[in-house]
Design a protein around this ligand. Structure first.
Ligand SMILES: [Cu+2]
Length: 318
């Protein structure tokens, strides 16, 4: 597998994999029988201004140009998929995530408890704050024994794109296209920096879970969280959607390209037909303006489809 350099210091990439066959994502044909759109929010779609010409964007990310994009109506989950929801899927299907199959996943160094330090396989070159921890997965986000019992309402983490697709298939939902994700995140506002407006902290109030302090060693957590926050923490955007900025990165269905969209389709764009890395949006609890301002609503990131980290999750649409 070709090594792909992470686009972002708050991202880690699996790059030392044994060759393996593509697993069939559908470990079970069992379908969720719940009323599918229950709890989901209907969005009308239509035309919106996607992208940003903001000087704050990283040129290699391909946020530019601002363009008129039209999308069809769709339903979206108000929140990222929670640990409780993912557990229901894993219990029903026996699905093992890629982190579980590979036996390790990437955890941010400050979150690794002392008892787990001997489970650290290696720090990641160039981004030494990412530790590859044996036994880390959605069940034990910081390594063996760390558990999720006290955070069932937090977003599930250590989820690869392939894992997210398996969950979608089981639940009868799908991942949003990047255009759908951005349309939803904007919450009806036009070309604003964040889901709620242009100011990061209107009236001095924190509106999302990102990093405060000096990365990567001092997070003063003035927003209330060092790691993940509950999926309904902070006020929702104008469409009633929670944590479109910060908390965990969210997978989109598109392959990533920095340039495909420049002259690409403007109606229900789905991204390029092929690629090496998939799109991630929204930023995470590790983002900070000083090195990664990708919690802005137009910001983009990417990772390989089998990578998982403690700050990657997803939400579904249909
Ligand atoms: Cu970031």
């Amino acid at each position: 597998m070709e090594y792909v350099k992470p686009s972002c210091s708050c991202m880690a990439v699996r790059d030392t994999l044994p060759a393996r066959n593509e697993r069939d994502a559908s470990t079970s044909s069992q379908k969720a029988t719940l009323e599918l759109s229950e709890g989901m929010i209907f969005l009308q779609g239509g035309e919106f201004l996607m992208g940003s010409d903001d000087q704050e964007g990283f040129p290699g990310d391909g946020e530019r140009p601002v363009r008129r994009v039209v999308i069809d109506p769709f339903y979206i989950d108000p929140c990222a998929v929670s640990n409780a929801e993912f557990k229901a899927f894993a219990d029903a299907t026996g699905y093992a995530t890629e982190a579980e199959v590979f036996g390790s996943s990437f955890v941010f160094h400050l979150l690794v408890p002392r008892e787990v330090v001997d489970k650290v396989r290696q720090a990641v070159q160039h981004t030494p704050w990412w530790w590859n921890v044996e036994g880390a997965s959605w069940r034990d986000p910081e390594g063996p024994g760390t558990g999720i019992e006290d955070r069932m309402d937090h977003p599930v983490t250590h989820i690869s794109w392939n894992d997210a697709m398996a969950y979608c298939k089981w639940s009868g939902k799908r991942l949003p296209t990047e255009a759908e994700w951005e349309y939803a995140a904007r919450g009806g506002l036009v070309q604003k920096r964040y889901p709620w407006g242009d100011l990061l902290k209107p009236d001095g109030e924190h509106r999302c879970n990102i990093w405060q302090g000096k990365f990567p060693d001092k997070n003063n957590a003035s927003d209330g969280y060092v790691g993940t926050a509950p999926i309904r923490a902070f006020a929702p955007n104008g469409y009633g959607l929670y944590n479109m900025s910060g908390n965990v990165w969210e997978w989109c269905s598109d392959w990533f390209s920095a340039s495909f969209h420049v002259n690409g389709p403007r109606e229900n764009p789905q991204g390029p037909p092929a690629g090496d890395v998939r799109v991630l949006r929204g930023g995470s609890y590790l983002c900070h303006k000083s090195y990664c301002n990708r919690y802005r609503v137009a910001a983009r990131s990417r990772n390989t489809p089998d990578s998982s980290t403690g700050n990657i999750g997803f939400r579904c649409v249909m």
